[in-house]
Ligand binder design. Sequence first.
Ligand code: NAP
Length: 316
Amino acid sequence: MTRIGRSDLDVLPLNLGGNTFGWTSDRDTSFAVLDAFISAGGNFIDTSDSYMASIPGNSGGESETILGQWLTARGGRDDVVLATKVSRHPDFLGLAPDNIAKAAEASLQRLHTDHIDLYYAHYDDPDVPLEDTLGAFDSLVRTGKVRYLGISNYSPERISEWLAICEANGFAKPVALQPHYSLVAREPFESTLRPQAENFDLGVMPYWALASGFLTGKYRTQADVDGAARKRIVDGYFSPEGLAVVDELAVIAAAHDVEIATVALAWTRQQSTVVAPIASARIPGQLDALMASIDLELSDAELRRLDTVSAAVVTN
Ligand SMILES: NC(=O)c1ccc[n+]([C@@H]2O[C@H](COP(=O)([O-])OP(=O)(O)OC[C@H]3O[C@@H](n4cnc5c(N)ncnc54)[C@H](OP(=O)(O)O)[C@@H]3O)[C@@H](O)[C@H]2O)c1
């Protein structure tokens, strides 16, 4: 187990992503993925109130609803660390105080729980004074509806501002940072956000750690992506430099007799400030490769080889 920042949240270092629930995984398949994750020892689940509002026929909150149904069916709420996010649900856009209070209530109802372990601001809201937003978050912590706070998709400058406001007002400080970070997207995390995680003792949970499937090695030509649910995002990773990363991952994976995805996640987990990479599994069969990353220790030489080949990737 690894601890998130200054919290008392102990997690197995693979954070299961919840954006498949109600999208590429129906309710029964989502339950099967969650059951397999818990059986394999996992305890840390990431979702958002907005997952997956962008899918035709959905209205937002589908992922939380499935998670809540699963928690009710299976029990064991206290055995899992539940992270969700606010600011992008179509009915609760932004981070005005009243909106945060209502969005949190709606998330608690969908999740069938009385508390959220880790509550992220999903995206910055420049139209609301940050002091007002942080006052609302602080109230949620003081009333016990939220245990800890996290930050996702904020600039380094706004993270500094966030911490200064907490200091000045005695507000609950954030313990976690959720940035986009992987072997094919190392910047801007490494240059500008990791220093902030170090400065403010934020545990980092990188999202798109598998580059939406590109770092599993299953897409070798652009034609492989045709028809894939994640095509729009995966398309952006196709370049000779990106494919060279996959080739190097394949060599290291063969040496360890593991999957390419396992090596990609192990590299991410072994980066400084990272607590747990986030990755989702559409079906239970995809989970083994994800969970195996927890026990894979890449050597310094292997980490350097991956550092070198991935340094050539130009981040979009
Ligand atoms: N904070 C934010 O703004 C933000 C943004 C995005 C995501 N997130 C979080 O991060 C999580 C992870 O992101 P993501 O799910 O979009 O992308 P990801 O974890 O990089 O990619 C996961 C996808 O790769 C494929 N995959 C996984 N394991 C595989 C295996 N062993 N073999 C073959 N394919 C495999 C599956 O998709 P297919 O089977 O469909 O190919 C799976 O859904 C999300 O669920 C969410 O919780 C946060």
